[in-house]
Ligand binder design. Structure first.
Ligand code: FAD
Length: 208
C-alpha cells in the first residue's frame, strides 16, 4: 500500500464492482485515489455473485451437453457430477480474476486500505483508527441479503445466495425458499441445471 497523500482527490468506501470501477476511472483521469475495503476487492460480484454463479451455470451447461450429446450426433454420456471438482473450477475462476484485479489496483497506484471504514465527516473516512480525508468521498458499500417479514434466514430451510454458494452441494432436504432479489431468473436456472433446489416457492405457498 502506498502512503496516502492528504487530502486525496477521492476516497472510496467499498471495493466492489462499483468502487473499483470508480477507482480505476478516477486514477485514469489522474486523480489520487484511496480505496477502502473490509473484505476482498471485487466485492459481491466477484466473490459471491455474478462470477461464481456463472461458473456453476457453465458447469451445468457442460453436464447438459454431455447428457444430450446424441441430439447433436455426438456419442457422449454423463457419468455424474463431482461437486468438489465443480467447486474447484468455480474457485479457480474467482481466484484468477481476483489476482488480476489486485494487480490492476497496484498498477494504477491506487492506495488500497484493508479494513472497515466509517464515514466520520462529509470529507473523512476512518479505518483502523486512521483518518483518510478526501476532496470527494464515494460510498460504494453495496447491499446484503435481507429477509421478508416472518421469515428467518437460518441457512438451512431458508437460505440466501451466500449460503448456496458457500455450500454448493445438493442440500438434503433441499431448502424450501431462497431469499433473493434481482437475480432470480438466472439463479433459478442454475437451480434447475444443478438440481440444487427442485422448486422455488413463495413464503406461505410452500409445498409439503
Ligand atoms: C448471486 C448473485 C448473482 C449476481 N449475478 C449478477 C450478474 O450476473 N450480473 C450482474 O450484473 N450483477 C449480478 N449480481 C449483482 C452484482 O453482484 C451487484 O450489482 C454488484 O456486486 C454491486 O456492486 P457494488 O460495488 O455496488 O457492491 P458490492 O459488490 O457488494 O461491493 C461492496 C463492497 O463494499 C465493502 N464494504 C461494505 N461496507 C464497508 C465498510 N464499512 N468498509 C469497507 N468496505 C465495506 C464490501 O465488503 C464489498 O466488498 C449478482 C448478485 C448476486 C448476489
Amino acid at each position: 500500500m502506498s502512503a496516502p497523500t492528504s487530502p486525496a482527490d477521492l476516497v472510496i468506501l467499498g471495493g466492489g464492482s462499483g468502487g473499483y470501477a470508480a477507482a480505476f476511472r478516477a486514477s485514469e483521469l489522474g486523480l489520487n485515489v484511496v480505496l477502502i475495503e473490509k473484505d476482498k476487492v471485487g466485492g459481491t460480484c466477484l466473490h459471491r455473485g455474478c462470477i461464481p454463479t456463472k461458473a456453476l451455470l457453465h458447469a451445468g451447461e457442460v453436464a447438459d451437453l454431455a447428457r444430450e450429446g446424441e441430439q447433436f450426433g455426438v456419442k457422449t454420456s454423463l457419468a455424474g457430477i463431482d461437486m468438489d471438482g465443480v467447486n474447484s473450477y468455480k474457485d479457480g475462476v474467482i481466484s484468477k480474476l481476483y489476482k488480476g484485479l489486485q494487480g490492476l489496483v497496484k498498477a494504477r497506484k491506487i492506495t488500497y486500505v484493508e479494513g472497515e471504514g466509517r464515514l466520520t465527516s462529509p470529507t473523512t473516512v476512518e479505518v483502523n483508527g486512521q483518518s483518510y480525508e478526501g476532496k470527494h468521498i464515494l460510498l460504494a458499500t453495496g447491499s446484503y441479503a435481507r429477509s421478508l417479514p416472518g421469515l428467518d434466514i437460518d441457512g438451512t430451510k431458508v437460505i440466501t445466495s451466500d449460503h448456496a454458494l458457500a455450500n454448493s452441494q445438493p442440500m438434503t432436504p433441499p431448502p424450501r425458499t431462497i431469499a433473493e432479489a434481482g437475480t432470480r431468473s438466472r439463479f433459478s436456472a442454475w437451480s434447475l441445471v444443478m438440481t440444487f433446489v427442485p422448486s422455488i416457492s413463495r413464503p406461505g405457498s410452500e409445498r409439503a
